[in-house]
Design a protein around this ligand. Structure first.
Ligand SMILES: [Zn+2]
Ligand SMILES: [Zn+2]
Ligand SMILES: [Zn+2]
Length: 67
């Protein structure tokens, strides 16, 4: 028997976030995973609130990049 221990993949629930790259707390889960049906901007529609749309013409209040 020479089976190496399987590493625990413990990060599925707790980031880092696909969209903003932050490792988020469980309490912040919704902000990073709940889709927002924001509007006409096809780049950011259905992205969670943490996503920053870098499209110059984005008119979306939720996702517009505030640099
Ligand atoms: Zn995020
Ligand atoms: Zn948006
Ligand atoms: Zn956008």
């Amino acid at each position: 028997m020479n089976q190496p221990p399987v590493p625990q993949q413990d990060t599925a629930e707790r980031g880092p976030c696909h969209y903003c790259g932050e490792a988020y707390e469980p309490g912040d889960h919704a902000r990073h995973t709940e889709p927002v049906h924001c509007g006409p901007c096809i780049t950011c529609v259905d992205k969670p609130p943490c996503f920053s749309c870098r499209l110059m013409y984005c008119v979306c209040d939720v996702h517009r990049y505030r640099g």
